[in-house]
Design a protein around this ligand. Structure first.
Ligand code: BDP
Length: 714
């Protein structure tokens, strides 16, 4: 019996079917290295007959290990390491290891790489060259991406280097294991058992990030606890830093402004008090002793109840510069967030960050970078670009995107964020004339800054699939790829991702990419069409609640944002209203002053308009609004059909999860449509356009829904 079972296993392995094949639970992300078909497998083997690594050390080991794992997975036979070049070898080299490199590495920096098909001593090889080991690792991941996605491996001549220096994940992870706005389970940092227990997930996390070029991670929530700066927690962070270092990933910490008072009983946290500055300096010294390449601090100050320098009548610049002086001797930086608005400021919330920060332009130390959210409110399904981009020429600004989908369907909606990121990066600030895109502000090229950065609030947790859903992995992937190269298109990235995550078969890639590409616009349509914003349920931000009007701070209430009444709807941000448009460069402001020249997708963000205002389609604003909601719902129904057609091509486990999540999404899109229409109709008092169905319930029913246990909300 045992012998028979053994024979059966041997037979299955021989035909490439492992009887114990791991289920496709999403853990492997886009690094699945699934077995290629025989002809592709032969081609891969021919291009990777051996690995010639000319350097040694942990990063080299990571690079060669990944190649062996990847090629081994795709072909069934991992290539051996070899000292000598042979036909078809993968040759990894740096100028230090190989003085007469046949490619130039100048201009590639410390992270970029060149990949070239070339001849050495009459043998065809693929050279992956870089200035240092981390560049080699990035080049290896690029080659593996080509290998996995079915691309040709012949005649390669690739040069790639990141345009943005800091490409960071921001974890909003709490020390108690919860994740603020996290929809993928508990935190992956097992703070309690660190530094002794270092589970394998940390290495897989580093691999995933390195594969897309992410080079830093802020471990803890911006709503920080002072405790993360105590000795035990520094030791825990150091253990993670040790794991990530070979992958070119640095560790950063969010800090709480009042840490000196909370941890060591200082009487004040005034940034100009010498004792405060000395405390931070000593703390920085302590951290750098444990983590010599520590990246620096991220801080949320004077925002949503967090303490900060303004509590002592000092400015954000005073605060940032004091922290910056503490990390400066060690080469560290400070990322100072511009996400601020104050309960005692009656001005339009969308204007407050600009009003606070613009006057400080030029006052920040040279190792401070101001971190600005993509829009002026808060990670809405759509926001016009933040007016600070282009408005602080003497200050490096870094982008903060949200990868986790707090406002875009959380874990279950399929809403690919690539198009959102791309739309923001390509927006033209006109700060220095046409072509002054947001991408050029943050890559430093517009104003000549060398300190540059981009951050994404992570959607990572201990769920097997890391991200709460298979499709949410695409947002992590797209963030990394765009951070490396802002000129990539969301569509090309979706293609790469789908090919690696599912299969390079065009019958799989094409429909999946088509679904993904319109999915964010669909969410905008069924949640916040035509420039509406912030109409989500209180606290958890799950589901529609445009009627909420009783929260303590005016700008916490959805009614503050849409201002719907019997006459019309929208927030007047022109000269007759808050005049937020004046925060944009004149060519942009002029266009936004008139609803006719305002992009229709941002219409109600900038204008309060009568219900019978005519949209470009010729229909009234009211009818158009209803149609947008319906378009969003219809798109989700189409995605369900497309997905059904993919059943033969997708493994059962991942198919079923996506199928179930699309069912949830469709139900919730309908709920969004119905609740929004029921509420806004109570304002507009207009009949639904011909052919539109009445909401399933009356308004009171929607208002009565409550979700005390919705995830992600502390
Ligand atoms: C909002 C979140 C809140 C965060 C805050 C921030 O709702 O949980 O703390 O942003 O970015 O999006 O600080």
């Amino acid at each position: 019996m045992i012998a028979r079972l053994f024979c059966w296993i041997v037979a299955m392995v021989a035909v490439g079917l492992t009887p114990m094949a791991r289920a496709e639970d999403g853990y492997d992300l886009w690094l699945r290295y699934a077995r290629a078909d025989p002809s592709r497998s032969a081609a891969l083997s021919a291009h990777a007959t051996a690995i010639v690594a000319t350097g040694a050390g942990p990063t080299w080991a990571a690079a060669t290990g990944e190649l062996q794992r990847g090629i081994g997975g795709m072909t069934g036979a991992p290539p051996a390491l070899s000292e000598t070049i042979q036909q078809g070898a993968l040759w990894l080299a740096t100028p230090a290891s190989t003085p007469a490199l046949p490619v130039r590495t100048d201009g590639l920096g410390s992270e970029g790489y060149a990949i070239r098909s070339t001849m050495v001593d009459g043998k065809a090889v693929t050279l992956i060259a870089a200035n240092g080991d981390v560049g080699v690792l990035h080049g290896v991941y690029h080659w593996l991406r080509l290998a996995q996605s079915g691309a040709s491996l012949d005649a390669l001549d690739i040069r790639s280097a990141p345009k943005i220096g800091l490409r960071l994940l921001n974890h909003w992870d709490n020390l108690n294991g919860t994740v603020e706005r996290g929809y993928a389970g508990q935190s992956i940092w097992d703070w309690w058992r660190l530094p002794d227990w270092k589970g394998p997930r940390y290495t897989d996390y580093a691999r995933a990030n390195a594969s897309i070029g992410i080079n830093g991670t802020v471990l803890n929530n911006v709503n920080a606890k002072a405790d993360s700066l105590t000795a035990p927690y520094i030791a825990k962070a150091a253990a993670l830093a040790d794991i990530f270092r070979p992958y070119g990933i640095k560790v950063y910490l969010s800090v709480k402004w009042t840490a000196p008072m909370e941890l060591d009983g200082l009487k004040t946290a005034d940034p100009l008090d010498p004792a405060v500055a000395a405390w931070w300096k000593a703390k920085a010294d302590e951290i750098y002793k444990a983590i010599p390449d520590f990246g620096g601090f991220l801080i949320k100050a004077n925002s949503e109840g967090q303490p900060g320098p303004q509590d002592y009548n000092r400015t954000h610049a005073n605060g940032a510069n004091m922290l910056a002086a503490a990390v400066k001797p060690h080469g560290g930086i400070v990322m100072w967030r511009a996400f601020v608005y104050a309960h005692d400021n009656p001005d339009d919330r969308a204007k407050q960050a600009y009003s606070d920060f613009k006057p400080l332009d030029g006052q920040f130390a040279d190792n401070v970078i101001v971190q600005v959210k993509n829009g002026a409110i808060d990670f809405q399904p759509r926001e016009p670009f933040h007016p600070l981009f282009g408005a602080m020429p003497r200050t490096p600004l870094m982008m903060e995107f949200q990868i986790t989908k707090e406002y875009l369907g959380q874990s279950t909606h399929l809403t690919y964020l690539g198009p959102l990121f791309e739309e923001v990066l390509r927006s033209d600030t006109f700060a220095k004339g046409k072509g002054s895109t947001v991408a050029r502000v943050i890559d430093g090229s517009l104003e000549g800054h060398t300190l540059t950065g981009i951050a994404g609030v992570a959607n990572i947790g201990v769920d097997r699939d890391w991200s709460g859903s298979i499709f949410n992995q695409a947002d992590w992937y797209a963030f990394g790829r765009l951070a490396w190269d802002t000129s990539l298109s969301a569509q090309a990235i979706a293609q790469e991702w789908a090919a690696q995550t599912f299969s390079p078969d065009p019958r799989v890639v094409q429909p999946i990419v088509a679904m993904m590409m319109g999915s964010r616009e669909a969410a905008v349509d069924y949640m916040t069409p035509l420039g509406l914003a912030h109409v989500m349920g209180t606290g958890h931000h799950y589901g529609p609640a445009p009627w909420i009007a009783d929260l303590a701070r005016p700008e916490w209430n959805p009614v503050y944002y849409h201002k719907a009444n019997v006459q019309g709807i929208g927030f007047d941000r022109t000269g007759t209203g808050s005049n937020a448009i004046a925060q944009y460069a004149p060519p942009v402001a002029r266009r936004l002053a008139d609803p006719k020249t305002t992009p229709e997708r941002d219409l109600l963000w900038f204008h309060h308009l009568p219900w019978d205002y005519r949209l470009r389609s010729g229909e009234t604003l009211w009818d158009g609004l209803v149609h947008h909601y319906e378009r969003g719902v219809a798109y989700v129904a189409d995605m369900q059909k497309t997905w059904e057609g993919l059943r033969p091509y997708v493994d059962a486990e991942r198919f079923a999860e996506t199928e179930a999540f699309l069912t949830i999404q469709h139900r919730e899109a309908l709920w969004w449509r119905d609740a929004s229409i029921a509420y806004f109709q109570s304002m507009s008092k207009r009949p639904l356009p011909a052919g539109s169905a009445a909401p399933a319930h009356d308004l009171d029913w929607y208002k009565a829904q409550s979700f005390p246990y919705a995830p992600g909300h502390n």
